[in-house]
Design a protein around this ligand. Structure first.
Ligand code: NI
Ligand code: MN
Length: 227
């Protein structure tokens, strides 16, 4: 059974029996992070898009750990050319790849994706991970979109949705997303990092409980839980 730990903001550590996968680790400049980019473990790093709060720590963590970076083609190429990252896996929306820990499918996201130096970062993305018998959807930075109904096909054990509003969907749209995705469990992310994206996660959880059939999980930063 995979174990997840919220790293704060949009960042996650996903552990299987043999691998540690980071998703959008944002630690050094994240006021709520409890882990350090100098010591966190990683075998793979998934990057959803090019914004600093998702990619800033990726080159250093990838170089120190030798982790394989998985990102959309343009970001994979940028990391290789500008940060000497060895052998990143470039993919694109709708594509999937079988990796040693499981299957990674890249999904669309409604957002933007300029890289920190102004380079074109391709399209923003989300991920569906199938690992150790569980299917987990990370919407990453996105607004609500009706194709979430398609992402739910095959069933989801967990959906991780942004609730911070302003830069991504907020609480009301995350409830609508949960109704489309029909996951067994749903967890919030991308909130509470800075005042503009402050949210009441307990109020969110209450709405999920009363308006959907999913079980809300409100992870504490740094505390692992089983999916
Ligand atoms: Ni973003
Ligand atoms: Mn973001």
């Amino acid at each position: 059974m995979p174990t997840l730990t919220w790293l704060g903001h949009g960042g996650w550590s996903i552990k299987t029996a043999e691998h540690t996968i980071l998703l959008d680790p944002f630690l050094t400049d994240c006021p709520t992070a409890t882990e350090s980019a100098d010591s966190i473990a990683a075998d793979f790093i998934l990057v959803s898009h090019g914004h600093f709060d998702h990619i800033a720590d990726v080159p250093a963590i990838a170089k120190r750990t030798g982790a394989t970076v998985v990102a959309i083609f343009e970001i994979a190429q940028w990391l290789e050319k500008n940060h000497e990252i060895q052998g990143p896996i470039g993919m694109n929306i709708g594509g999937a790849t079988e990796l040693p820990f499981g299957n990674v499918k890249m999904t669309q996201a409604l957002h933007s994706s300029q890289l920190p130096d102004g380079s074109y970062g391709g399209e923003p993305a989300g991920f569906v991970l199938t690992l150790e018998g569980k299917r987990i959807y990370f919407a990453c930075d996105t607004g609500l979109f009706s194709d979430m109904q398609v992402i739910s096909a095959g069933g989801l054990d967990l959906a991780v949705l942004p609730i911070g509003d302003l830069f991504t969907m907020g609480i009301t749209d995350s409830v609508a997303a949960t109704l489309m995705l029909q996951p067994t469990k749903v967890a919030p992310a991308h909130y509470g990092t800075w005042p503009p994206i402050e949210q009441d996660a307990e109020a969110w959880a209450e709405r999920i409980r009363t308006e959907t059939s999913a079980v809300p999980l409100v992870p504490v930063i740094g505390e692992a839980f089983e999916v």
